[in-house]
Design a protein around this ligand. Sequence first.
Ligand code: GLN
Length: 335
Amino acid sequence: MFEADVQNVTQQAATGAVPAGNRVREVISEAHQRYAEHTDGQVADYIPILAHADPNWYGISLVDVSGKSFSVGDSQIEFSIQSISKAFIFALVCQELGHEVMHQRIGVNNTGLPFNSVMAMELNDGSPMNSMVNAGALATSALIPGRTTAEQWENIRIGLSRFAGRSLELDGEVYQSEMKTNFRNKAIARLLESYARIDIDPLEVVDIYTRQCSLRVTSTDLAVMGATLADGGVNPLTGEQVVGSEVARDTLALLASCGLYERSGEWLFEIGLPAKSGVSGGMVAIAPGKGALGLYSPPLDSAGNSVRSQRACAYLSRALGLNLFASSAYQSAKG
Ligand code: GLN
């Protein structure tokens, strides 16, 4: 479906690095222009304050592993990170507890069901399934180190800030708005408790999870955070090793299979990159060893993924040679 949109864009093979700066600048401007007038999708309103977003807001950023940064459009507008936080919380907890524990205790398989499904757990003996859907994300946030939930929240804020290379702050209005309406997440946390999948108070887990979703970021922050996963866990701007290279690898594998919920297969087929989306309209797409795209545009499709961001990623993945699966023949390169 996204492919149809970009079929006359030459598919560049995935080679070692993102193209030179001028070319990147040109291509991200094209990607922005191409979809700026598109009006498909609906701004989320199940968290009431998100409905205030302007459907025209649209920003694209790219940060490469050398720390070069390119942006076009509304790349300075701050919005709540929402589900994109799940990717980085997985990385922080995986760093603490390791690959095996994440595999056994949370799970790494796609549910094939929407992000806030209760059914997925019920059909799988109470397994939270994976850290990218709400059940698994709640169970993962519960494992963040800290003696109290206040300490856990501070570790979350500091941990995500290290990925971004700057101090991220809570959007109090978004947090309050979601806390008034997140009955379903509270139900999921109770269900996790009933299956003995969390060791701390379920309502406290919902509280820290809702805070983590309410951290304010820009598309540029998302690109830096993604570029850290593309760079073996080292933030290319600060030089800090935020997580180990194996944790960065594990996170990207999980994003490839579960990052776009029940649309993950379609996404990989069309765009070929590990990615994560959130209901405020943000998206991060990562090209391992090269860099990452951060995008923002509030209107969403029915699975809760930003429409313009997906389209722009399809274009950029193709034009910049980011699709992980795109090769060109060895013989033709030689000749
Ligand atoms: N805070 C949101 C929720 O739990 C995040 C969902 C999302 O971004 N898909 O409903």
